[in-house]
Design a protein around this ligand. Structure first.
Ligand SMILES: NC(=O)c1ccc[n+]([C@@H]2O[C@H](COP(=O)([O-])OP(=O)(O)OC[C@H]3O[C@@H](n4cnc5c(N)ncnc54)[C@H](O)[C@@H]3O)[C@@H](O)[C@H]2O)c1
Length: 388
């Protein structure tokens, strides 16, 4: 236990499995942890498992004491409280199942298994264990996204007209970008870009209860080959872009559904990392886009006039911080909030606060992506098998 400004915090020791991009982001955000007001725990990264010599060297120089290339060592280490597992998708199932078998709590990376059958097996194992597991999805922690979520929950929209959500990158617009595991089915999964970006898009709509009943999927592999480091052409056989048009059933007695669209694109010229959420109803509307991260807009009819009002929510997400409300919020702040809510929820201290994605939300997202794959193959809308 440590005393910090009157509050007593417990240390949580974290072991990282997979010290790539995301593992390093965790290392960085724990340094900013003290800005969180009265958080019940204080994380410390104590161990890394990663076979890559460069990853090992990076974490060693960052002060991590236990470095190994065998993740089993972290599973059997009683001094590790929580794992963060951030490895390529073909390794998710094996490592997640081993972590569950070892009784370790963990934050899993999306898409949570390489495909739907894999996600089902992982969720079944979690459901019959007592481990605490959540799935990484940080974008909904932007203040504008949080206010949009609260606005929808307030009922201000009235009858929903339509919903659009998406995550647009231009990461692959350069045809000369070398191939990596995310562009190859055997490592990334057949769902391709939906596995990479889909959980980010699905999290907020699913938390609002908008589970689609059917999907029409437009999937596109725009750049089918890419060169490796040696200059050889290899098959880049994952979908680069996906647009899913879905129907969400309403409670209306005539069985009306409203349209919902999820876009995930690695080739969206002009977009760096545009995460957006937009919901329109008969009485109101709300929209937020990280292209314009400090503001969100609310639609209303005032004295007979249609009006979009711009709101600056400031630096206010889920967990309170010492950072002043007037300042700007960004990607690293969203990751900090995601971890703050994950560790608070694990302590039973999140209350009704918005938490990161649940394993069942990840499973539903896989069901939608699997339906989108069959829709693409049959060129027809496909029912989402939610109970199966
Ligand atoms: N939440 C987000 O915003 C976000 C962003 C990018 C990636 N991701 C997810 O994070 C996960 C990892 O992606 P990344 O971009 O960090 O990939 P990365 O390629 O940068 O890193 C993966 C790391 O895993 C290591 N690894 C491979 N086999 C291993 C093994 N057997 N044991 C331990 N480590 C092993 C690799 O050496 C590498 O260092 C994926 O599931 C991806 O979808 C999430």
């Amino acid at each position: 236990m440590k005393a910090t400004g009157g509050a007593v915090t417990r240390e949580v020791r974290i072991g990282i499995i997979g010290g790539g991009l995301m593992g390093r982001e965790l290392m960085a955000l724990v340094g900013r942890w003290p800005v969180l007001v009265d958080h019940p725990v204080r994380p410390r990264v104590t161990a890394l498992a990663d076979p890559s010599p460069s990853a090992q060297a990076w974490f060693e120089s960052a002060g991590v004491s236990t470095i190994t290339d065998d993740y089993h060592r972290l599973l059997s280490d009683p001094d590790i409280d929580v794992l963060y597992i951030a490895v390529p998708h073909h390794l998710h199932e094996k490592i997640y199942l081993d972590a569950i078998g070892a009784g370790k709590d963990f934050l899993a990376e999306k898409p949570f298994g390489i495909d739907l059958p894999s996600a089902k097996r992982i969720v079944a194992a979690i459901d019959s264990s007592s481990v605490f597991v959540r799935v990484s999805s940080e974008m909904p922690f932007f203040p504008g996204a949080q206010r949009a979520y609260e606005y929808v929950q307030s009922g201000a929209l009235g009858e929903i007209i339509e919903v659009r959500a998406g995550l647009l990158h231009s990461s692959d617009v350069n045809r000369d970008k070398p191939i990596n595991w995310k562009r190859q089915r055997k490592y990334c999964g057949e769902i391709g870009v939906m596995g990479d970006l889909g959980m980010h898009v699905a999290h907020l709509p699913l938390r609002l209860g908008w589970v689609p009943k059917s999907v029409y999927g437009l999937l596109d592999d725009i750049v089918p080959t890419r060169k490796n480091a040696e200059g050889q052409d290899l098959s880049a056989d994952t979908f680069d872009n996906a647009t899913l048009s879905m129907k969400v059933v309403t409670a209306r007695s005539d069985g009306r559904s409203f349209p919902m669209q999820w876009e995930t694109k690695r080739i969206a010229p002009g977009h760096s990392n545009s995460w957006y959420f937009e919901a329109l109803g008969m009485d109101g509307g709300v929209r937020f886009n990280t292209r314009n991260p400090t503001t969100h807009q609310i639609y209303s009819i005032v004295e007979g006039e249609q009006r979009w009002s711009e709101i600056q929510p400031g630096y206010r997400s889920v967990w309170p911080t010492f950072t002043g409300a007037i300042f700007e919020f960004g990607f690293a702040d969203a990751l900090l909030q995601m971890w703050a809510t994950f560790l608070a929820e694990r302590e039973g201290a999140l209350g009704v606060g918005f938490g990161t994605a649940t394993v069942h939300e990840a499973l539903v997202s896989h069901k939608v992506f699997a339906a989108a794959l069959s829709s693409h193959a049959t060129n027809a809308a496909v029912e989402v098998d939610i109970v199966g």
